[in-house]
Design a protein around this ligand. Sequence first.
Ligand code: HEC
Length: 149
Amino acid sequence: MKPRNIAVLMILPCLALVACGDGDRAERLKAAGPNPSLDALMRVADADAGGRTFGQCLACHTIGKGELDRAGPNLHAIMGKPVAGGSARYGYTAALERIGGHWDRATMSRWLTSPQRFAPGTKMTYAGLADPLARADVIAYLEREGRSR
Ligand code: HEC
């Protein structure tokens, strides 16, 4: 192989990293200040980064308006809706139904940290997002997506 082709092969993964990576993560965390609250994290949250993390959720969830439920309920415009109230057609567990209240930012952040701790017995078999900024990003994505259409 020509040296030039080898160089191109080495550069391509770097370009992909810049395009797909969360390059400004350190700056955003710095801007949020030490031990940031959820409010502070939401001020620096990035809905695009959240959309990429939401790729993990797509195995079980759709997000477009009117899309069908999968293993989990459709999540269109879920923010502000009652807990276990996102999809009228979906069969929620009693574990989630007995939580009550609405999906505000604080509630969503706790749920996404650990679904099993938030609602013991839930059938959402997702380990959770330990990173607070990643959770804020996903919440920003859910909010933005809910405003679309
Ligand atoms: C392995 C499948 C699976 C994955 C992955 C998954 N979920 Fe779920 N999700 C479920 C199931 C199943 C439920 C219903 C839980 C119940 O009834 O106990 C649910 C419920 C929910 C609800 C409650 C909706 C409502 O109507 O109240 C939200 C919000 C949610 N998931 C968000 C997410 C997000 C965000 C991610 C990704 C970070 C994710 N889920 C990843 C399966 C999954």
